[in-house]
Design a protein around this ligand. Structure first.
Ligand SMILES: [Zn+2]
Length: 85
């Protein structure tokens, strides 16, 4: 990890606001390399928004942008996201 990168636990609160389940234990599968990891293990980069990248192939898994009233989510590189039912 470099100094600008955090792990997925850094976005636990934000994801908890959007999804009504514990997200750090949710399992995401990368559409780039097929690896499956808990959200807590992904690489997180913060800038104008938040970018989640695969820890194995650096594929862009998800983007999150938030202002005072809305949250925009995109999952361009996430094949599946499995959450506890
Ligand atoms: Zn990957």
């Amino acid at each position: 990890m470099d100094s600008l990168m955090l792990d997925g636990n850094a976005v636990a609160g934000l994801l908890q606001e959007v999804f009504a389940v514990e997200m750090t234990a949710a399992i995401g599968t990368c559409a780039g390399c097929g690896a499956s990891e808990p959200v807590g293990a992904v690489h997180v980069y913060r800038g104008a928004g938040i970018v989640l990248r695969c820890p194995h192939c650096d594929n862009l898994l998800a983007k999150v942008v938030k202002d005072g009233t809305r949250v925009w989510l995109s999952f361009p590189g996430l094949q599946t996201l499995a959450v506890a039912a």
